[in-house]
Design a binder for this molecule. Sequence first.
Ligand code: ACO
Length: 162
Amino acid sequence: LKFVCLANDGVDEHMVWLIGLKNIFARQLPNMPKEYIVRLVMDRSHKSVMVIRRNLVVGGITYRPYISQKFGEIAFCAITADEQVKGYGTRLMNHLKQHARDVDGLTHFLTYADNNAVGYFIKQGFTKEIHLEKDRWHGYIKDYDGGILMECKIDPKLPYTD
Ligand code: ACO
């Protein structure tokens, strides 16, 4: 089992994983238009943290780091159906936080959470109260009707992974 974080960099193996992740999102997020999922997963300004097992993608999170604003927007998050509720979603989020802090220099995440995923995000330290000053994110992330805006502050020191 391994966790990788990468963007669409043209490397063959990475492309295969990103397509696998796109397919998981398309199945697990049926309300999202498939073309929109493909566009963001393949967009070079987005990155994806993925769980890989026996060279197959089990799930992942696609996000856009806004480096100058020091926050990231989580676009999609999913684990393949038969591997849910085994702890992968939690480990994935911890790898994302570690990477976003240590590589991207981010302090916060924002996401529009689906109603049924709010419980998962709360367990990952997200809140419905937005503490980040509005001028740091307003105009960067776009309003999205189908979800609830949630925020997570990344701890500046905590080791999130071992
Ligand atoms: N609602 C409430 N609690 C949940 C949910 C949920 N939908 N999913 C998991 N949890 C809980 C688990 O019970 C667990 O609690 P515990 O620590 O007390 O045992 C904790 O959250 C973490 O569970 P994991 O096993 O780490 O989570 P999992 O691997 O199943 O991943 C995920 C969670 C990503 C939500 C997965 O269930 C999934 O893919 N769901 C379908 C797609 C989805 O809803 N994605 C999020 C949409 S919003 C967005 O993408 C921005």
